[in-house]
Design a protein around this ligand. Sequence first.
Ligand SMILES: [Fe+2]
Ligand SMILES: [Fe+2]
Length: 268
Amino acid sequence: MLIAQITDTHIFDPGVLAFGAVDTAARLAACVARINTLETMPDLVIATGDLVDSGSPAQYRNLREILAPLHPPLFVMPGNHDHRENLREAFGDMGFFPSNNFFLHYAIEDFPVRIVAADTVIEREPGGIMDAPRIRWLAKKLAEDRSRCTILAMHHPPFQTGIVHMDRMGCGGANELAAVIAENRQVERIICGHVHRAIQSRFANTVVLISPSTAFQVALDFDPEAPARWTDEPAAFMLHYWDENSGLSSHVVPIADPGPKRPFRMGG
Ligand SMILES: [Fe+2]
Ligand SMILES: [Fe+2]
């Protein structure tokens, strides 16, 4: 099974550039084209939040248009830049959002690897949380099937990255989440976005990782006084590959055209 993760696509109204400089729509369109031309087609694509920049219906319309050519089935979940009701409205027809729950969280059950998507958003706040109702939901969801390799997807990472201005808008409830994960050893990976960089850490008895953004990257600053800054580091997405024998491995894939595959030989 092959899972493509795209994150922090930050789509604006048509023609509007992030920071007046970054064409996030063009970068996402390039990502869609890159996924569609992979030699091994992913079984699905999951977009782990900050899908658009301010959550307006027009931005979601623009996002859907850019994502429409994707060959694999698409799943989306909210980040702090998203607007729950507008997101539900824009993607509700795809059938993965629960109709009977305020939170936009769900499980994808139709593949060998189970994916549980948790909604960490606090309305009108940049940080996220796994609070008591969401922890209860997650514990119940994970307990439903402990036999299958499971990926937990959540926009806000539950660990400190060292990039202090991003850590200030981290994920509350990390200890409670760790307790649930410790009881669910089938959770092979927690996949996140939000920080716009490739970062990994240990978390409870699993591995947690953050995917780079398809749009722009956050500057690598370990100075606690550093302000929020962005860079032109390569936009990228992730491929999570699983088979029964090798288990799960997670790959960062730059969106830029890699050129031809050349043999390992002199003059090649
Ligand atoms: Fe973001
Ligand atoms: Fe975010």
